[in-house]
Structure formats: C-alpha cells, structure tokens
Design a protein around this ligand. Sequence first.
Ligand code: FES
Length: 614
Amino acid sequence: MKTELRIVFQPSGRTVHVLAGTKIFEAAARAGLLLQNPCGGKGTCGKCRVRIVKGACEPTEACRKLLGDEKTRDGYRLACQAAITEECVVEVPFASLYDSRTQILTSAEGKCLGGKPAVWKKYVELPPPTTHDALADLKRLERVIGRFHVNLNIMHDLPVTLRQDNFTGTAVVCASQLLAFERGNTEADCYAVAFDLGTTTVVGALLDLAQGREIAVAATMNPQISYGDDVISRITRAREDAHNVAKLQRAVVQTFNDLISDLVTQTGIDRHHIYEVAVAGNTTMQHFFCGINPSALGEVPFPPAYVRALLLDAREVALDLHPNAKLYVFPNIGGFVGGDTVAGVLANSLLDAKQPTLFIDIGTNGEIVLANRGKLSAASTAAGPAFEGARITAGMRATTGAIEKIVVENGDIACNVIGNAPPVGLCGTALIDVAAELLRLGVIDTTGRVVAPDELPATTPDAIRARIHDHNGQMDFLIAAASESGTGEPVYLCQRDVRELQLATGAIRAGANIMLRKAGLAPEDLHEVLLAGAFGNFIRRRNARRIGLLPALPTEKIRFVGNAACMGAKVVLLSAEQRDVAEKIAETTEHVDLSLAPDFQEEFSMAMLFPESE
Ligand code: FES
C-alpha cells in the first residue's frame, strides 16, 4: 500500500487521505464536496476554483491562464487541474460548491427559477382583543399572515399560546396550512430534510430553510436489504405475504428516524423545528416507504399505485419530527421509473435541455433519461447492487477501510484506502478501476475472463503476473495480501466479481443504446452525459468508459452531477413552485419499458462484452 496524503477541506473540516497525483476535484468529491464543473473539468470555466491555505500545490498552466498571476500567488487553483503533491488545507468557496443555494435556485444563465420554501415562518405581534376589536383568534392571525387551513390539534393550543405572551408568537405555515403557533420569535429555526431513498443506501440532507442552505448530511444502508438486495426480490416478499409490506415500511422509517437523529446531533437543532420532509426514491421504494403494497409492480404491465406527488402528514408514516410536519413524496413516471428520476431531471433542468443529453443515475436500479428536442424519455434497468459493493466477494460501501481507487504504476497496482486504514474490501469505484486497468493489461479479456499467468503477454510486469492466483481452475486477482489487510484475509477481485460487473455494466449500456436508437441518435450525437448517483461523482470517467459503462465520448462531455435525487428533493423543499415542474416532468416523460423492448436481450448480451479498446 502506498502512503497517502492528508487533505483537509475548509470550512467544513472534512478530511480525506489520497494518493499523490490525485486532482483536488477528486479529493473534494471523496470528502463529499461536489464542486461545480460546467466545462467538464477541461480547465476553461474557472468555476471549480479553490484556495490552498496551508501546504503547497503546484499551479498548472491552465490555473495561471484562467486565474491570473495574483490569484495564483494567493493560493487559488482550479480543482479540476491542480494535483495534490503534499499534505495541505484547501479552502472551498461557497460559490464553487455544486449544491450551493444559488445552484439550486437559479439556472445556468443566472435566471431565478423562483419560489420560496413551502414552509415559512412569521413572527407576529397581534393587537389583543378589546371591546372594539373582538375578532376571533384565527381571524386575528389571518389578518396578518393571510388565509390558511388549520387542524383541530392546533386549535386546541392556539388560544392558550396566544394569551401566554400577550398575542405575540411565530406562525409556521406549509402550503396554506398552519402547522404551529410557537412562543417567541423562532423565525430562524426552520428546517426540512431531503431524502434520497435508494434500494441500497439512504441519504438525508438537513436544510436550513431560513438561510436556504444545506447544513448537514447523513447516510446509511437501506435495512430492507435483509429482505432482498434488489427491488424485485422485495416485491416478491410483499406478494408472498402482505404483512411484509408493514415490516419493510417499519424498517425504512426507523432508518429515516435514525438519520434524522444523526442530523440533529450533528447540528444541535431541535427536531421539533423540522417541519417538512421530501422523499425521492424509485417507485418500489416510495411504495414501501408509504406502506403501499407494490405487488402490482411485480407483473406486466407493472402499474404503480400512484403517479402524482403525495403530500401527507409525516406522522402518518411515524416520522419523529414536529407533530404536524408534512411529507412530500415525489411523483412517479411509470413502472420502475420513479420519483428519484423525476428529482434528478428536475435538479438538472433537463426539461429545458437544448441539445441531446443523456442522464444516467447509477444505483442498484440504473435510471436512464434522454432529453432530445424538448422531449424526455426514461427507462430503468436492473443494474444490481455491484456498484454499491453488494454481490462482490470483497465488496463494501465507500467507508473507512474500503479501497476506493486503484491505479497501475511502476509495474504494480497502488490502492487508495478511505480513512488511511488497512484495506478491508473494495467499493464500487475501485471495482471499476481495477477492471479497467486489468483490461488494459490484458489480464481480463473482452469476454470478462481473468486469464492465467502463462497466457499473459511477455510484457506483463512480474508483480501483476504474481497477483493472479488459481483457485480450483478460476483465476482471481489479488489486490491486498492477508498480511496487509485489516481483516487478516486477502482481498481479491474474483472471476465471479467480474461477471457481476459485466451484468451491471451491460444492463446500463444496453438501456442507453436502445433509447438512443429509438430517438435516431448515435452516442457521438450526445452533447453531454450527466452522471448522477450517490457514487457517480467518484467514478474515474476514463475507467468507466474503458469497461463500457459510459459511451465512448470525450471525458469533458461526461459531467458529474452528484446525488441528483437528493438534490431534486432539496429543490422542492427550497422552492415550492418547483413541485409543479416535477409534476410536469412525471406527466410528460415517455416511459420506455426495456423489458418489453424486442431487442433488449440481444443488446444486453452484446453489452456484456467489454469494449475492445479505450
Ligand atoms: S475549470 Fe471548469 S471545472 Fe475546473
């Protein structure tokens, strides 16, 4: 294992360990900070600028050209260009972050997409009733904040609360409904949580609605994995026994409550100041979360129970927040193309895309959206959980001890391990890296077979050759020896892991090929490929292209957009008006059912083969 360099990002304080030569952009992504990259990392837009405040990092020619001498002397660098050579502290300006508020609420041209959060607060000082002004309490409040609906719970408390502080207090409103009337001025304490509900992972982002920004993030595995690691096996459980729907719902709701506790602990806020939650997940996950039986999704023609967005009371699903908090569940497009896709399309303004754009959200279900001449079409492919570490012999999530990057240098492999710890397993990015590197070396052939050492070209470095071990006639590739690993067990890329990778890659590539062909487009007609997914922004594009996961396009045409589902959920919390856009996306996007496409099986078998060359 090679020594890694410690990089601290400020003001978040997030710290990562990376190999020398890693671009700052990639290190920031590893730290969970997605930087803006409208030029696709070509070094021409200047949006990814950061500042080195401690340590050194050589500026490149592109840094000097774009930033000028003075800024370069001040430590400014283009994160997509400058490579890390020693330990340093990097300051990330707010404007360089991809998911800053301006990025969420404004288009690329700076045009405001408009709107304000559905939840808002107003501190009021009402005139107390007199013999000349005997207006009812509710009317008295409406006179200041406008008309609203109210439930009986609030009516029980309102007259008392108003009189405790001489008719002053803070009204909390969501979509014309009074959620609470609080003592004192609590305008600054107004929060919501955006959730990306994935088949394998769940991510929650706490938003400060008063400031319009994200203040904490937490993530964990989806506990429903114990019922099956893909949506079909979970639907099967629901079909076998309807009681399983409630069990799966309870499991995921508990996870939401745990993540909310984590967010509350991180920030020190009061969970009763969280007034709304938005959830973006695939159709099956959203059904389970709401306790809706998804059995119909298990047979042709796969109809969901609902497509329009649901606005519910959070207590209906037992979320532990403010007792009157609201729950927004994204609209679905149809079949397995659900709210997470709508959220991703919304976050990336694909309705307005002027040129052919392909959006790929890589997860256990790979969602693919093609925007072409104002029309959207979308499909879902069962990629399987390989990219999230499941079904891979030494697979694991991108957490401490996971090898996240593998490169070949000086005739052997070098690994980067998260947390600078001894390696325990491989996460999805390293899986792609090692497969791509071994394809380049000829250790894996285009059919996906790991070849025996005596079949390798004479030029193969000895260290690489020595890593191929014969296990009962199957060749496995040793990544970390037992003596180096954190478990005392060796870490291998096994032959069957390569097969899992081929299944995942083939499903996504076949889906993309069919959608392009339907639209009369070739891959080279694409203006841009947007790569989404909680793990999408860590992928090395060149390696993803080498294994055929991405079309053979120049890397600058492949742009990371981070966790687009979570971003879309943030958008609808920060701008209520964007909910109409989400509804329009769900209504107008053509759902392409790949399982009914006559050419899918043939396309899938072809796409299982790795490309011949770069
Ligand atoms: S200069 Fe455009 S992403 Fe770095």
